[in-house]
Design a protein around this ligand. Structure first.
Ligand code: ADP
Length: 505
């Protein structure tokens, strides 16, 4: 494989920059947020946060370590004592106030996502709305952490089951949905009566810190929401403090399988409750009886959203032999229409997050081509330079290629050919991952057979937009465990206590 070419810098136009200017510049918080105060890192070190579209510096942010992680856990522990005791409807009201603040500042939050993460403004707006939907849903759910009464087994007894908050919860989040990934951890935690310490991804700490500031402006008491930013170098030091702190009873992590497994091992000494939403490698199967218009639209959405950087992105696209050539042709037409560019313009596809991501996409495409795949469109860095990559369609892809077993996380649609339903299912299940899977068919018996056979936590059937706050999001196998959204998402922050009352007769 050829060595990766040097990265050419793109320069964003003044007009595009203007669109991304914040109305409230004070939403940019550059220090840790602990007990509703801005806190500098103890050694005053900072790390740069850059716009991935053009490399411009957005802010220098406090590079925190163990001292700030401990201070955040102390604050969250102090706050837990009272937060857990207030009425559920008061916690619900606090979440509603936070929702109001998020909505009031939704355009600025969207701009902030776009400048630090690079996704087009329309997608950032959708992300803010999606994150807000979790806050709203869990504000309502806060009032419904019901218990049970179980029929007694002896006279004069009552068996009561109550549900209590697990305690201080830690959240570690990725850069691809910097607002939504955090909102869907903080909202159920607060609704359940837990307090939070969070470490956002090093590429996108500003969105998370803005969310915390808005929580404070909404009147959420000090110590309930704490955010500790850190560079990648210090991420482990921050996490280690929480992993070893017995007062932190829960960890919810979204990120790579490698880091997830490390956190699971490292949290064993304090036996933390864990929710791990890890890597995916979603199969997207189109059977010969599918509605092709719908399948093409679904593929474009499931593959190219956020430039292919979502954990439920279609990574392996399996097309029935009878429709393979037609599907490939139509996929190329659709991909040719995708507009690539910086977030402030009319682009539908932004840059990749960083050089590491770009090099990975290049490696996957080069490996596929080396093993016999053909590039129908794209296949190289975009003329815009920086981390922009051309939306790509590959055909004649097979299981000998790296992109059949590794998540590409970029705008590359590899088309695999299959001949039978069994072959498609077996290929779809042939990775260690099991987050999302998609398939298209109009045969109801097949729909039921294939849904049951797919090894994944979520299945989109003739549907690519599967994420919603009302449904349980999560995986199986190496994609982790635990669910986010829906009542299942609240369970992750609650523990069950059984009361046995005797002597009642
Ligand atoms: P990605 O490859 O997409 O960046 P990661 O799993 O590496 O995914 O990162 C997801 C989150 O995990 C980020 O917030 C990152 O800083 C954090 N992280 C990375 N390494 C560690 C670690 N050793 N301990 C705790 N958190 C980590």
């Amino acid at each position: 494989m050829a060595a990766p070419a040097e990265i050419q810098n793109h320069s964003t136009s003044a007009a595009e920059k203007q669109v991304l200017q914040l109305d409230r510049s004070d939403l940019i918080v550059t220090r840790a947020w602990i007990a509703n105060k801005r806190v500098q890192s103890s050694d005053a070190r900072t790390f740069p946060v850059e716009n991935p579209a053009d490399g411009s510096l957005i802010a220098e942010v406090a590079d925190c370590g163990s001292a700030e992680a401990k201070a955040a856990a102390d604050a969250a522990h102090r706050a837990f004592a009272s937060w857990r005791k207030i009425l559920a409807k008061e916690r619900a009201a606090h979440l509603q106030s936070w929702l109001t603040q998020v909505k009031k500042n939704q355009e600025d939050l969207a701009r902030l996502i776009s400048i630090e993460q690079g996704k087009p403004l329309t997608e950032s707006r959708a992300e803010v709305a999606y994150g807000a939907a979790y806050i709203e849903w869990f504000a309502e759910e806060a009032k419904r952490a019901y218990g049970d009464i179980i029929p007694e087994t002896a006279p004069g007894r009552k068996i009561i089951v109550t549900r209590e908050p697990v305690g201080v919860a830690a959240a570690i989040t990725p850069w691809n949905f910097p607002i939504a990934m955090l909102a869907r951890k903080i909202a159920p935690a607060l609704a359940a009566g837990c307090t939070i310490v969070a470490k956002p991804a090093e590429d996108t700490p500003l969105s998370a810190l803005a969310l915390a500031l808005l929580a404070a402006e909404a009147g959420i008491p000090e110590g309930v929401v704490n955010v500790v930013p850190a560079s990648r170098k210090n991420a482990g030091a921050v996490a280690d403090v929480w992993l070893n702190d017995e007062r932190v009873r829960k960890l919810s992590f979204t990120g790579s399988t490698a880091v997830g497994k490390h956190l699971a091992q490292a949290s064993a000494s304090t036996l933390k409750r864990l929710s791990l939403e890890l890597g995916g490698n979603a199969p997207f199967i189109v059977f010969e009886d599918a509605d092709l218009d719908r399948a093409i639209k679904g593929m474009i959405a499931a593959k190219f959203r956020n430039a292919g950087q979502t954990c439920i992105c279609a990574n392996r696209i399996y097309i029935a032999d009878a429709i393979y050539d037609e599907f490939a042709e139509r996929a190329v037409q659709a991909v040719a229409n995708l507009r690539v560019g910086p977030a402030g313009g009319d682009a539908e596809i932004g840059p990749l997050i960083n050089a590491r991501a770009l090099v990975k996409v290049e490696r996957h495409v080069a490996d596929a081509v080396e093993h016999g795949a053909r590039v129908l469109i794209g296949g190289k860095r975009h003329a815009l330079g920086r981390y922009f990559y051309e939306p790509t369609v590959l055909v004649d892809v097979d299981s000998s290629m790296v992109l059949s077993c590794e998540e590409t996380f970029g705008p590359v649609a590899p088309l695999f050919r299959f001949h039978t339903e069994e072959e498609a299912i077996s290929a779809a299940n042939s990775t260690p991952f099991g987050l999302a899977a998609y398939f298209y068919s109009r045969d109801i018996a097949r729909v039921m057979r294939v849904s049951a056979a797919l090894e994944s936590g979520m299945v989109g059937i003739n549907e690519a937009a599967i994420s919603t706050e009302v449904a349980p999001f999560g995986g199986v196998k190496d994609s982790g465990y635990g669910r986010e959204g829906s009542p299942y998402g609240m369970d992750e922050y609650l523990q069950t206590k059984y009361l046995c009352l005797g002597g009642l007769s």
